[in-house]
Write a protein that binds this ligand. Structure first.
Ligand code: GLU
Length: 490
């Protein structure tokens, strides 16, 4: 029997949208769009301490920013509303009562102390920690009596004997022995259901046909599959997407780098590069084409083609993609995209930049071959907006300047020579030629002047043509910055 395709992204609003979550959403969405199915968004907000509305809003915004849309969801409703898990608790209760009535679940009165002792004893015998089933077969009369007397209990799932298999499009079919699954807690003593339970209730109710999610959930799937069987409902097809690993092959973590989608947007990665990079995390278009758009993903994506090998989150490759997309933008587009990143540094106003737009476009033109993110543009051009007194000298730039600057007198002599030549402003081409002649006449090597001059004007070791930079900052600032460098380098 083939079911209508219905997939979902089910984030917990307990943090920003993780880059791995963004990939999960993207792949679910692409699968639905390719095969004419529906893509649902469900907010799993059952952890009241960690869930916030801000996170929820940010997640929805992040998904929209990526260009994803959904057919049912918390903001647009749909035939299976509500799409907030917390608003579905009465349904979860009904589902739990059903399992209890049919003997697939049972009340467990074991106290925390008792369970701790049990765990200790298991540890001592080097046994796997698992519930030992003490309450599994209590006589019904006793159960009723204790419950009626107000003794707290949890609901545990009664794992049947046997073996279970499920289809996983990424990892191949998975078979497990039910013995490996303990009688796990479905509903806590305070009445709140657990993730493994509610996710299945909601996926059944929302008629989810395929569950694609991160590999970290693979350990949960056996419990969930057993629930589908207990409910007598069709088991969805699964696809556990490979973990995104850093280039050190370790799981991506806050420690090793940015993990939130927003971090990359803030750094000014072009959106299309982010989407493209996410596509490459476990999937490939044809094995050779690396730069492709979301249309290609939608045309060709199939979960069967996702590889189970860890996807490597290679930041160098990500940056390279960023550069590729930047060079596909028109000059005007690129300038518009760089603008907010420049403004965010707070050294110039939008009105000022708009008033000098052709000037700004000239700078964008000079930088576009080099930059890989809009943030890099802002960083590399910060010297243009810095007060002359506080141009930041990068360590490598300072080192290069000191290494090449034989005598500070060279720079001083150059300043004296340059001053009258800038009386009418900077003619970049003319100053460039005259400067080269000046260096040659003195038998100097080019870096002996150019490195100190570069640090004086820009604070950077490399960058745009020095004389273009002179033109951008103008004659007074050029002279002033060299004067300041004479003091700072001496
Ligand atoms: N709320 C879960 C998470 O954010 C969803 C897991 C699932 O897709 O089943 O990880």
């Amino acid at each position: 029997m083939t079911r209508p395709i219905r997939v979902r992204f089910a984030p917990s609003p307990t943090g920003k949208l993780h880059i791995g979550g963004a990939r999960t959403a993207l792949f679910n969405w692409a699968f639905a769009r390719r095969f004419g199915g529906k893509f649902l968004l469900r907010i799993e907000d059952t952890d009241p301490e960690r869930s916030t509305k801000e996170y929820e809003r940010a997640i929805l915004e992040g998904l929209r920013w990526l260009g994803l849309d959904w057919d049912e969801g918390p903001d647009i409703g749909g035939p299976h509303a509500p799409y907030h898990q917390m608003q579905r608790l009465s349904l979860h209760k009904e589902y739990a009562a059903d399992l209890l009535a049919r003997g697939h679940a049972y009340r467990c009165f074991c106290t925390r102390e008792r369970l701790e002792e049990m765990t200790k004893a298991q540890d001592a015998k080097k046994e796997k920690n698992a519930y030992d089933g003490r309450c599994r077969d209590l006589p019904l009369a006793e159960v009723e009596r204790r419950a009626a007397a107000g003794e707290p209990y949890v609901l545990r799932f009664r794992v049947p004997a046997g073996q279970t298999r499920f289809k996983d499009h990424v990892r191949g079919d998975v078979v497990f022995d039910n013995k490996e699954v303990e009688d796990w807690v479905m509903v806590r003593s305070d009445g709140n259901p657990t993730y493994n339970f509610v996710v299945v209730c909601d996926d059944i109710d929302m008629e989810i046909s395929h569950v694609f999610r991160g590999e970290e959930h693979l350990v949960n799937t056996p419990k969930q599959v057993l629930l589908y069987q207990a409910f007598g409902k069709p088991i969805p097809e699964f696809g556990h997407l490979p973990l995104m690993l850093g280039t050190d092959r370790k799981k991506l973590s806050k420690r090793t780098g940015d993990t939130a989608l927003q971090d990359y947007a803030d750094r000014g990665f072009p959106k299309a590069a982010i989407v493209n990079f996410l596509c490459l995390q476990g999937w490939a278009l044809d094995g050779t084409t690396e730069v492709f758009g979301v249309e290609e993903l939608v045309k060709h994506f199939d979960i069967k083609d996702v590889g189970k090998g860890g996807s490597i989150f290679d930041i160098e490759k990500f940056l390279w993609l960023g550069g590729e997309y930047i060079r596909r933008e028109s000059l005007e587009e690129l300038a518009q995209h760089c603008l907010p990143h420049v403004l965010a540094r707070g050294a110039v106003t939008e009105a000022d930049l708009r008033a000098r737009w052709p000037w700004f476009l000239g700078i964008v033109t000079a930088e576009r071959e080099r930059i890989r993110t809009y943030g890099e543009f802002a960083e590399r051009t910060a010297y243009l907006f810095a007060p002359d007194e506080s141009v930041a000298y990068a360590d490598d730039a300072l080192a290069a300047a000191k290494k090449h600057l034989g005598r500070i007198e060279t720079l001083r002599a150059y300043l004296d020579w340059l001053r009258p030549r800038l009386a009418d402003g900077v003619d970049a081409a003319a100053v460039r030629d005259a400067t080269k002649a000046w260096v040659a006449e003195r038998g100097l090597k080019m870096p002996a002047l150019f490195q100190p001059l570069r640090v004086a004007l820009t604070g950077l070791a490399g960058g745009p043509d020095l004389f273009d930079a002179m033109g951008w900052i103008g004659a007074p600032s050029t002279l002033r910055r060299i004067e300041i460098a004479l003091e700072r380098l001496a």
